[in-house]
Design a protein around this ligand. Sequence first.
Ligand SMILES: *Cc1c(COP(=O)(O)O)cnc(C)c1O
Length: 232
Amino acid sequence: MDYIKENLKEIKDNIRTVCEKQGRDPESVTLIAVTKTIDEAVVNESLKLGIRDIGENKVQEIERKYPAISKGVKWHLIGHLQRNKVKYVIDKVAMIHSVDSLRLAQEIDKRAEGIGLVMDVLLQLNIAREESKFGLDMEELYRLIEDLSRLGHIRVRGLMTMAPFVENPEEVRWVFRKMKDIFEDLKLRDFENIDMEYLSMGMTNDYLVALEEGANMLRIGTGIYGPRDYSK
Ligand SMILES: *Cc1c(COP(=O)(O)O)cnc(C)c1O
């Protein structure tokens, strides 16, 4: 597990450097270790190195791994969520990053009410309007957010995006900057249940640019665990 330890150290050093330059507290940045395709045993070892948040993109994988992963870690659902699968994760995850429709939000609200909790969610935006990615456009976002403020068992805690994959992350700096603008705009408005606190953006290839543009939740997989093996 030495490689994980070294990777984590490098990422944390980088986070500290950027934060110091900007006068931000590095502790205000949440690092989510993205554990998709990573064995439970490896995940558990990595949790001993100080990881407190893990991210998975598939409901099935969360269900499969959940019993074997050490308790006390916060699970984040970062991938697309179908309404009929909400019931399988509602009692397992601390935050759902991929809310992109009223119908999905209503289902989460209903299931959360059923087990007596309020689920933290982020709204996923598709800033670059990529066909291949899920997420709201600006118009949909502002329409949705008013409807969401009427739901009592979800709490909107911020925004999430996946930038297009590019070799040079400078090419997607504008995506992160636009996210931050929207985030700040929503902060100024006073909607019920809407608490703009988290800006979830930045992956292995682009997390430093995202951080520079104001991200405070980074989702990093490969950069921590190495390349994923999808053959299993
Ligand atoms: C896989 C995944 C990540 C992490 O990707 P890496 O490039 O391995 O860091 C982040 N966010 C989402 C939504 C993902 O599916």
